[in-house]
Design a protein around this ligand. Sequence first.
Ligand code: T1G
Length: 679
Amino acid sequence: MTQARPVGLLVEDAVAVIRIGSPPVNALSAAVRSGLLDALAAATADPAVRAVVLAAEGRTFIAGADIGEFGKPPVPPTLSDVVDAFERSAKPVVAAIDGAALGGGLELALACHGRVAGPKARLGLPEVKLGLVPGAGGTQRLPRLIGAAVALPLIAQGTTLGPADALRLGMVDEVTGDDALPAARRRALALAAPPPRSRDRDGLGSHEDFEAAATALGKQAAGNPAVQGCIDCVAAAFSKPFDEALAFERQTFRRLMEDARSKALRHVFFAERAAAQVPGLPAGTAARPVASAAVVGAGTMGGGIAMVFSNAGIPVTVIETSQEALDRGLERVRANYDTSVRRGSLSAEERDRRLARIQGQIGLDAAVEADVVVEAAFEELGLKREIFGTLDRVAKPGALLASNTSYLDIDSMAAATARPGDVLGMHFFSPANVMKLLEVVRGAQTTPEALATAVELGRRLGKQPVVVGACHGFVGNRMLARRTAQAERLLLEGAAPEEVDAALVEFGFRMGQFAMIDLAGLDIGWRVRKATGKKAPVADALCEAGRIGQKVGRGYYRYSDGARQGEPDPEVHTLIECIAGEQGIARRAIGRQEIIERLIFPMIDEGARILEEGIAARPGDIDVVWLHGYGWPAWRGGPMYHAGVLGAASVARALEGHAARSGDSTLRPSDALSRMAAA
Ligand code: T1G
């Protein structure tokens, strides 16, 4: 049934089906909210109607309130008005949940008098992931339905459940093997009248159990006002009458709506989705189907990438040059899966299924059937050109030929083939089977179809794809290089590695600069610098001393008997002081604010240049790269969002000041940042 209006009403056999049809996800926009009230009023007024079913069209039930409306003047009716009207309905209402019932969508279903879930139902209150709390009764109705101690972690962590778990917890009354509508109709008719509105606290369970659940969330609540807000709202279910608790929930929701963290998280929500749109894609460009893959190279990255394909259900051939290298790589893959089984995050049966989808072969001829080939060989351009030249002869027409290179020239690889339109970068981040970011690197001749194929494939692999232009380091590593250069300078000028890292962790990064390099290995950067003639005195000296990171127990930090957490090492302090002395640098104490500005602001400066050069299409794309590739704290929105919060002009001024104070001219703001500041 197609309908011009976002909410339709169809009465059949004494049941009125109110059906939302508001693509793409039936978000509860103002038009949908008023349509729902009108449809309920019509159903209530119709003497032929004995019961009502709430259903929806498309791939979701209701994705929640319309996030696009947030921060704008509210348009009546509010979602709470709609939820209240459904709960007060004179005729029984049952929700037929096929697809996602999230946020306000679940809150509306909770106000109905019954809930039936189809096989694709997904139920949750993810508002906390937007820095909010549920704002239409979820913190009061869900605890009464399934118990406060069970509801609280679900709300405070934004957990989404499938139909079986929802049934087990009592969130739904019935689960069906297919369309939920017929069962919902039957259930609505069986409810001769709506059950009385439950305001009692019996369903909450014991306050002690709730307190224990709240205490378990203590660490997550510390410094996170949204998690604390969830705890406070559910606590109000015990301490306040229902309507007062609802008012408290709405007040908490409105307060958090204005919170800087929530604004940043809402920016991230839309930036992630925009980043997956290929800039300038001609209308109608179709992605090619991908039914099989090949990965060239069974190293750490190649093995991880093979796992990503297998995990998405795509059979993949791992190609190596020797049986020994192949066996070693496949053994590492098996070990990774075995670890997941040991940790309980993967069943042994699923591990076996995934392993069965990964085959090993020797020689590039094995790529002949693949719809996509990802080259993940040694980071040396000559070798990559040779591989692409061979793939050009071997791979089937229309196959996507991608390189996982983290900074080398995609166009040079494309030039080694007669099909440059099919060549691009698919830059996975280590560990490939864990990190979400996928930089899709557009070559000068890459076709829109190839780009669309890589982006769609990226989403299918569970990645966050971002289309970026071809330059040294693309977006993420190019900006990281600015931070790395300053981190090295700060060591020479007086900061200790642990001071630099503490500043980044305090800013919100999960890991500091030097702990990250120790984990990845200093030898990777050392090899690049030797190939490009660049110098990094401290890092080079550490490598020459064999201190190449955690894997050898010593890097910027020392790691006693295999510990993962490094300790400051006086030997490193002495090494840094010697190098600074040789360079005639008078060391000084450097404050945390100067450290964080000299690490973050040059990244913003590089981001401004990247945007002007067209290497990234949107500021939000740069934010998404840093959120999903480098652990930028989501509640700070991303480097370019952060620049907007501070003001590009103040960033430029601060850079001027640091350049003057440190004598490091590389800190001076670029013309691109100055133009951004002046805009
Ligand atoms: N509001 C507005 N637009 C939304 C939206 C929403 N809630 N959800 C998705 N979209 C857009 C999205 O921007 C994209 O647009 C398109 O729909 C497809 O989305 C009072 C206050 C439902 C699991 O947090 O988790 O209710 O890029 O690519 O992969 O308590 O969308 O195509 O132009 O993600 O199939 C709580 C958010 C809101 C759920 C579908 N709800 N959405 O995933 O599609 S706050 C959420 C999702 C709330 C109440 C509170 C997912 C999805 P475009 P998509 P998908």
